[in-house]
Design a protein around this ligand. Structure first.
Ligand SMILES: CC(C)(COP(=O)(O)OP(=O)(O)OC[C@H]1O[C@@H](n2cnc3c(N)ncnc32)[C@H](O)[C@@H]1OP(=O)(O)O)[C@@H](O)C(=O)NCCC(=O)NCCS
Length: 183
């Protein structure tokens, strides 16, 4: 398989829309069958410098197509800019072939070594074993459970909150902490 990981382009929206709606992806993400292509196009156009989106592109018989996507959204809040959330999906026909791992490895290199993030977090349905195994293999740990977090198959399904920590700063003494500025 000829696999390239690259930054997203507007023309990838059609593949992303198809993936978000398909069986094998939709039920493990927050996709919905009625999602319109225009929404995906607008989303790509609206990405800011804090939003990083990589796609996995394969070439088969001379035809290129996007079969995976991974995004890293760095929080904009001044006091949370050391942290980001991650989302990932791989086309159901291409799962279990190492594409998810390749995407996550690339985006974590960006997070660790180019943005120097400390905390990367995500949520995952508690029964999504494949995704949980992937995240654990890359250093994520389960921090807690969100009960009744999202609708799926006519039920409210639980999600784990998972996070991975890196570049943790050495704690300084607190001599320069101002605290409450008394008046
Ligand atoms: C979860 C997902 C992103 C993983 O990507 P993938 O390309 O299928 O996974 P990979 O082939 O790269 O495998 C990565 C790891 O997942 C685990 N894994 C793979 N196949 C598995 C299976 N059938 N059962 C359990 N774990 C499995 C393994 O730990 C594997 O690492 P290893 O190969 O070093 O053992 C992909 O399956 C997917 O998009 N699923 C639907 C949408 C989704 O769940 N998104 C995540 C929402 S939180």
């Amino acid at each position: 398989m000829n696999l390239t990981i690259r930054s997203v382009r507007i023309e990838d929206a059609v593949f992303i829309n198809e993936m978000r709606r398909m069986d094998g992806v939709r039920e493990n993400t927050l996709g919905i069958i009625s999602e319109r292509l225009s929404r995906n196009e607008e989303y790509i156009k609206s990405l800011s410098e804090n939003d990083h989106m990589l796609v996995a592109e394969v070439e088969e018989n001379g035809v290129k197509k996007v079969v995976g996507v991974c995004s890293l959204n760095v929080y904009r809040n001044n006091r949370m800019r050391h942290s980001a959330s991650i989302g990932i999906m791989v086309h159901s026909d291409y799962q279990g072939k190492g594409i998810g791992k390749a995407l996550m490895t690339k985006i974590l290199d960006l997070a660790d070594n180019w943005l120097m993030l400390v905390r990367v977090e995500l949520t995952v349905f508690v029964d999504n074993t494949r995704a949980i195994n992937l995240y654990k293999s890359l250093g994520f740990e389960i921090e807690g459970k969100k009960k009744y977090a999202a609708i799926r198959y006519g039920e409210y399904a639980d999600e784990y909150i998972m996070a991975r920590y890196n570049n943790i700063p050495v704690k300084k003494n607190n001599d320069n902490r101002i605290g409450d500025i008394g008046v």
